[in-house]
Design a protein around this ligand. Structure first.
Ligand code: URA
Length: 237
């Protein structure tokens, strides 16, 4: 693949803009400027291909898989209505190459948000058929009692749904701290389930998707690439 195309696939703008980036001496490979946009890189070299654009290091990735620790006050939409978009927390190249949220979190929900430009991956993780457990920590308005926990485990009927929805698990982690695992990804699902059980969510945080937990060292507002082993963990129920 030639350098111009590599930059294009990685979200550095149009073919023309990528060509200009190289010709202007803003792209470095192995520490030296590479000014020929037609220079080709073999597919073997691509696997470990590192380059610098305007002083920032990049690695070629055929598909982008990311984890973001979402702060409160950000919308998952590219075209947010009342708050900033989570895409403001990512380098513009990632939005440019078509990365999208894998299921949305409300603006006031914090924690693990996945993003990818792999359509099959996004579909697999958002499809109701793919039963991936998602674990949330909800801070509730009232103390959590056994009746509420039983209702959540047995299933609650949400407005507009024909069947009750049951949590995979519902456990009290503190007087007003509920750990809830759900398979679906319906609109405001956790808040509506907790409301239907007779309590109210005042704070919501996603801790885990499948077998992948939000890393302790990923600060709020920061993102990271998912490794192959992270992706394997995600797929574990
Ligand atoms: N359930 C909710 O109610 N809100 C979220 O953001 C995610 C799950």
């Amino acid at each position: 693949m030639d350098l111009e195309r590599i930059l294009f696939t990685q979200g550095f703008g149009s073919r023309r803009q990528c060509r200009a980036l190289v010709a202007d001496g803003r792209v470095f490979i192995g520490g030296s400027a590479c000014t020929n946009p037609d220079n080709t890189i073999t597919s073997d070299a691509l696997a470990s291909f590192e380059f610098q654009v305007d002083g920032t290091n990049w690695q070629y990735r055929e598909k982008a898989y990311l984890a973001l620790n979402k702060p409160p006050g950000y919308e998952c939409s590219r075209d947010p209505q009342h708050h900033l978009s989570v895409f403001h927390l990512l380098p513009p190249q990632l939005a440019e190459r078509g990365v999208q949220c894998v299921g949305r979190l409300d603006q006031d929900t914090t924690g693990l948000l996945l993003l990818s430009d792999d359509g099959a991956f996004v579909h697999a993780f958002t499809s109701p058929k793919k039963k991936v457990p998602k674990v949330y920590l909800a801070t509730t308005k009232h103390p959590i009692d056994e009746t509420q926990l039983s209702a959540l485990r047995d299933g609650v009927l949400l407005h507009g749904e024909s069947q009750p929805i049951a949590a995979v698990s519902a456990n009290r982690r503190g007087e007003r701290l509920l750990e809830l695992s759900v398979l679906e990804g319906k609109y405001h699902q956790v808040k509506r389930m907790v409301a239907a059980s007779g309590n109210r969510v005042e704070g919501l945080h996603r801790e885990r998707i499948g077998g992948y937990g939000l890393p302790d060292d990923l600060a709020e507002g920061r993102w990271r690439w998912l490794t192959d082993s992270d992706l394997a963990m995600l797929r574990q129920g």
